[in-house]
Ligand binder design. Structure first.
Ligand code: AMP
Ligand code: ZN
Ligand code: FE
Ligand code: FE
Length: 282
């Protein structure tokens, strides 16, 4: 049986439930060929995951998922194959962390105004390295204020919700340039989340390609087969690489198990081969 791949995963270094080691162990149990660890705005877990991958016979591609923007559109950019010890890149990531810190203080202030006091240490006790909205959601569930994390997003934390605060995000051209300088390939994550009709996607992708974008995420749990096909055609038209993964966080949010499944998505091995070929040619 051919082994599966998953190029979009999160660990406790951002908002996943599993440590990088436990994530790779799960990938090994599921007999995956390769994963990429793509934590939000950090590469803190990459070295551990790569090390564990060598021990367990799973290829681990260093990755990141950077929250970015294009004018006022919010977007996520995946970086594959970045050097995790690159000093320039680490300085860039530091800035992303500082912006998240500041935003978290804003979210705490919003909750205080809503009559829900939250102490920093309640959050840190739930988090690994980084605090994001999912940690607030998990805390609200723990406090009995919300029934589920999904509820906490729906009532408070979703974009436009009463506790939502935007963070300073670097523009897409800067993110793509930083990923490129660190030896990586920049890919647009889950394009259908930007525009479910996909009408605006071709021109947006063309603009990002002008900044050095290498590919787009076609295989993703919330993409219907049709959306996936349209995105594969777009990638081929614009000479971009397709990529894909489950956005595994270790909870039920993504709706797909690590590595995908027959009922959700499967990312063809060809995707892995093309990305590795492109990285090796650099
Ligand atoms: P942040 O990067 O801190 O803004 O948090 C975004 C993360 O929140 C996403 O990557 C998901 O892991 C999680 N998330 C977003 N929407 C929901 C939702 N409706 N229910 C549960 N988790 C969500
Ligand atoms: Zn997340
Ligand atoms: Fe994302
Ligand atoms: Fe993600």
């Amino acid at each position: 049986m051919s082994r599966h791949i998953d190029l979009h995963t999160h660990s406790t270094c951002s908002d996943g439930i599993l440590t990088p080691t436990a994530l790779v162990d799960l990938a090994a149990r599921r007999r995956l060929l390769a994963i990429s660890l793509t934590d939000h705005d950090t590469v803190a877990g990459v070295a551990e995951a790569v090390r564990r991958g060598r021990e367990k016979g799973v290829e681990v591609l260093p990755g990141i998922e950077v929250s970015s923007r294009l004018e006022n559109t919010s977007l996520h950019i995946l970086g594959y194959g970045i050097r995790p010890e690159d000093q320039n890149f680490l300085a860039f990531v530091e800035k992303l962390q500082a912006a998240r810190e500041q935003r978290n203080q804003g979210i705490i202030a919003r909750f205080a105004q809503l009559g829900i006091p939250i102490a920093q240490k309640e959050l840190t006790s739930l988090a690994g390295d980084q605090i994001g909205r999912p940690h607030f959601a998990r805390l609200l569930v723990k406090k009995g204020i919300c029934k589920s994390a999904a509820d906490a997003f729906a009532c408070y934390l979703k974009r436009g919700g009463p506790a939502f605060v935007e963070h300073e995000r670097p523009p897409a051209d800067e993110v793509i340039r930083e990923i490129d300088r660190a030896g990586g390939l920049a890919m647009l994550a889950h394009p259908a989340s930007l525009d479910s009709s996909l009408e605006k996607i071709p021109s947006l992708v063309a603009q990002l390609k002008g900044y050095g974008l290498s590919g787009i995420e076609a295989y993703y749990p919330t993409h219907s087969n049709k959306v996936c096909r349209v995105l594969l055609a777009l990638a081929s038209e614009q000479e971009l690489l397709p990529c894909g993964g489950t956005d595994f966080h270790g909870d039920s949010h993504s709706g797909a198990p690590l590595g995908g499944s027959a009922k959700t998505i499967r990312v063809p091995q060809q995707v892995w081969r093309e990305i590795m070929e492109r990285l090796n040619a650099r």
